[in-house]
Design a protein around this ligand. Sequence first.
Ligand SMILES: Nc1ncnc2c1ncn2[C@@H]1O[C@H](COP(=O)(O)OP(=O)(O)O)[C@@H](O)[C@H]1O
Ligand SMILES: [Mg+2]
Length: 507
Amino acid sequence: MAQLEVVGVSKRFGNLRANDNISFSVRGGEVLAVLGENGAGKSTLMKIVSGFLRPDSGRVAVDGQTIPIGDPQAAIRAGIGMIHQHFMLIPRMTVMENLILGREPRTRLGSIDTRQAKQEVEDLSKRFGLHVDPNSPVESLSVGEQQRVEILKAFYRGAKILILDEPTALLTPQETDRLFGSIREFARQGLSVVFISHKLDEVMKISERVMVVRAGQLVDTVDTGQTDAFSLARMMVGRDVDLGASRTTSGLGNVVLTVDHLESQLSKGQPLLGPISFTLRHGEILGVAGVEGNGQQELAELLAGIRLPSSGTILLDDKRVDSLPIRRRLESDIAYVPADRQGEGLVLDLKIWENFILRDYYRPPFRKGLGIDVKVAKARTQAAVDAFDIRPNNIDLPSRALSGGNQQKLLLAREMSRNPRIMIVSQPTRGLDVGAIEYVHHQLMSLAQTGTAIVLISLELDELMKLSDRIMVLFRGQIQGIVARPEFRRDAIGLWMTGQKGQEVRQ
Ligand SMILES: Nc1ncnc2c1ncn2[C@@H]1O[C@H](COP(=O)(O)OP(=O)(O)O)[C@@H](O)[C@H]1O
Ligand SMILES: [Mg+2]
C-alpha cells in the first residue's frame, strides 16, 4: 500500500490555478521526485500535503487513513515531515534547543528531561548519518548543517514521510552529495521521500519515479529508469528544449579588464572584498563562484561603479575607470545586469519600452533634438521583446505587469543590445524556466563570441561550468582559486567554496 496518497488536490489563488486536481502516491522505501519549473505549483502542493495550506478540494491519506486537512499538527502526527525551502530554525538557539522546541520530553516531575532528549537525538543522527554538534548555536552552522538539523527535527517528531522542497538550492556540491547519500539511506530504511526540484540531473540521479507538474497540472508520472533528461525537460516546459552543449574556449583576445589589488572596506576596517587581482580577455567568460555572501555582490558593484573601492585599480584597456561613477562607466561600455532586478535594474512603473531605453535615452539612437525618438525606441524594444520572447508581448505595458522571469529577460535584452565591451551579470537565470535559461545561456555565449568579455556571477555551479572559460572562487571576499575550463572539477571547486584548499586542488 502506498504510504502517502494524495487525491484530487486543487488550490486557487484568485484566478490562478496553482494546483488543478493533482493526485499522486509514494510507497515506503521510494524516492519520488516532483519536477516543475518555477511557479508550477510544487511548493503549494507540498504545503497542502503538510497541512500549511488548505486546498479548495482533495484529500491526503497516510497508510490508508485520511488525515485532517489544513492542520500541520495532524500532518506531523501522521508522520509527514516537511523541510521547507527556507529553514524555520531559530538562529540564536542551539541545535538541541531547536530540535526539542515544542516537544520537550519531561521527567516525571515535569522538568525538561534533557538527557533523554539528547539520547534520542544522538540515536537519530547515528541511524541516518546526520551528524551535527547538538550544542552549537544554529547561527554558527553552515547551510548544509542547518538542513541536517531541519531533517533531524522532522525525524524527532516521528516523520516517516519526508518532503524536501528544493533542498539543494543553497548547498555546495559536497553538501549536495552528502544529502543524496542521506536520502538514499532514508529510503533504504523504508521511509518515503518526496524530493522537489527543477533540476533535471538531480532528479535523474536520486529518484525512482518522477512526477512532472506544469502550470498547476500534473503532466505525467514516469519511472526514472525509463526516461531521460531530454524527455523530462519537454514535459516540464511543454515543448522541445535544447539542453545545449558546454562552451569550448577558443580564440580569446587581448586583456580588456585589469583588476589590481581592488579592495572595498567596511567602516570597521574589515574588508568586504579583497584585495583581489585578476584580468579578463576579450571574448572571455569569467565565472565567479561562491556560497552566497562571500563578496560576489561587492565585486559586481565595484566593477559596475555603484560602489567605489577603498583602494586598488580597475583598468579598462589602459584607462583607469575605478573612480568613474556608474553613468560614465556605462558610457565606457560596461554593461551591468544586477541580481536585484528592481533595485539597479528596472523601474517597474515605467513602460517596457521606457525601461528598454533607460540607460541610453539621452544619446543616439534614442535621442532626437531635445527629446526622445519614440519611433526608434519602440521599434528597438519590439525587436528585443520578440527575440527574447518576453511575455506579454506588449511594449506599452508597465514593466510591473511582467513576471520575474520576464523582467529578467527584459533586463538582459536591454544590456545585451547595448553591445558592451564588458558585461557584468549577476544571477542571470535565477527564477527563469528551463527554456528561458537555455535561451539566456545561448545569448551569453553568442555575446562572448562577438568579443564581449563577461563576468558571470552565479550561485549555480552547473551554469558556471557550462558557460565559463575560467572559474574564480570567492571565499570571505578573497579569491580562493581560479581554474581554467579543461581543469574544471566540481569537487575541487566545491572545496574552495567552503574555504578549504584540498591537496589535489591547484591553481
Ligand atoms: N500565497 C499565495 N498567494 C497568491 N499566489 C500564490 C501564493 N503562493 C503561490 N502563489 C502562486 O502560485 C503559483 C505556484 O507557486 P508555487 O507553488 O510556489 O510554485 P513552485 O514551488 O513550483 O515554484 C505561482 O504562480 C505563485 O505565484
Ligand atoms: Mg517552490
